[in-house]
Ligand binder design. Structure first.
Ligand SMILES: [Zn+2]
Length: 58
């Protein structure tokens, strides 16, 4: 196979126009984005609590 192959990746993941927000229940820090994209050991930059302390804003 030649390496000049244009490997087109058609990203099949649907674009979500809605930006999610999560609020830390401990300190009130607001995380903007998809918390699911963060590793399981993600901690709040303010109070160092884990993801389980974040609540999705609605
Ligand atoms: Zn916090």
């Amino acid at each position: 196979m030649s390496t000049s192959d244009s490997n087109q990746q058609s990203a099949s993941k649907p674009e979500e126009p809605v930006v999610k927000e999560y609020v830390c229940k401990i300190c009130g820090y607001v995380y903007v984005g998809n918390l699911d994209d963060e590793p399981d050991d993600y901690v709040c930059p303010m109070c160092r609590k884990g993801k389980e302390y974040f609540e999705e804003k609605v």
